[in-house]
Ligand binder design. Structure first.
Ligand code: NAI
Ligand SMILES: O=C(O)C1=N[C@H](C(=O)O)C[C@H](O)C1
Length: 234
């Protein structure tokens, strides 16, 4: 497969190594100063760029009939427009806040736990995410997906907020920034007598990168908007 990398930073470079090891050709490596390139050289594009750049990159792919996988976080105010464009152009698109197999299993575990806690009013949920100091967005896309997973499955909660909140129906998300941490997420249900805690710790970026390449392999030849749940059959 001919792959275009849109964003050649920490993730773009990790994805390149994994793509090559799986027999793919990286035909374009696009970063912030690359403007005039022909995206149709690629069979599929993988976007890990910046919150401010992702929507433009996705739009360019969909307008040119190139399937696109995006892992960039912090651009979701434009997500519905990307879906509409994908439908209009009969294109192929996957966004995931986290492409790792482990986190996608963790997402399902989070939803199951949220259902189990529905009638247990003595517990209050909080979330924490820890990332490296270069991260631009907070809370992380993964933490937002986790919060949405609780809200959809537990009607004691209807919103999330960064840091603290006074409302019992709002999930507080603490975002910590510590040098070199690839990504740690925890969901905690605390009562007077105990705490139930589930946690995912990424040890490096390999899992995110492998998931993005597997998603790209899966997407080529399909039409529609998909999620990692579709790719992994979860
Ligand atoms: N969904 C997932 O599994 C994961 C998502 N991420 C997200 O991916 C994004 C990138 O993360 P990193 O690689 O760590 O960041 P990074 O800062 O190392 O790389 C981003 C690169 O995009 C470049 N860029 C800027 N404007 C661009 C444009 N118009 N087109 C193409 N590239 C452009 C930057 O110059 C930079 O080299 C972030 O939003 C991060 O939250 C990161 C890891 C996993
Ligand atoms: O910026 C990162 O590094 C990461 N971003 C994603 C997010 O915002 O959830 C995924 C992962 O945690 C690493």
């Amino acid at each position: 497969m001919k792959i275009a990398l849109l964003g050649y930073g920490r993730m773009g470079q990790t994805i390149e190594k994994i793509a090559i090891s799986r027999g793919h050709d990286v035909v374009l490596k696009i970063d912030k100063d690359d403007k005039d390139y022909d995206i149709t050289k690629a069979d599929v594009a993988i976007d890990f760029s910046l919150p401010s750049a992702a929507f433009g990159n996705i739009t360019n792919c969909l307008n040119n009939g190139v399937p696109v996988v995006s892992g960039t976080t912090g651009w979701l105010e434009n997500y519905d427009k990307a879906l509409a464009l994908c439908k209009e152009k009969k294109g192929a698109f996957i966004y995931a806040s986290n492409f790792s197999l482990g986190v996608n299993i963790f997402f399902e575990l989070n939803k199951t736990l949220a259902k189990m806690m529905r009638n247990l009013k003595e517990y209050q949920v909080t979330m924490e995410e820890i990332h490296h100091t270069k991260k631009l967005d907070a809370p992380s896309g993964t933490a937002i997906t986790l919060a949405e997973g609780v809200i959809e499955n537990n009607n004691n909660y209807n919103a999330w907020e960064l840091d603290t909140t006074n409302k019992k129906s709002t999930i507080p998300i603490a975002a910590k920034r510590i040098e070199d941490v690839p990504g740690t997420h925890s969901v905690n249900y605390a009562s007077e007598v105990d705490t139930i805690n589930i946690e995912h710790i990424a040890h490096n970026r390999q899992g995110f990168a492998l998931g993005a390449v597997v998603a790209a392999e899966w997407l080529v030849g399909k039409t529609g908007v998909f999620s990692m749940k579709d790719v992994l059959g979860l």
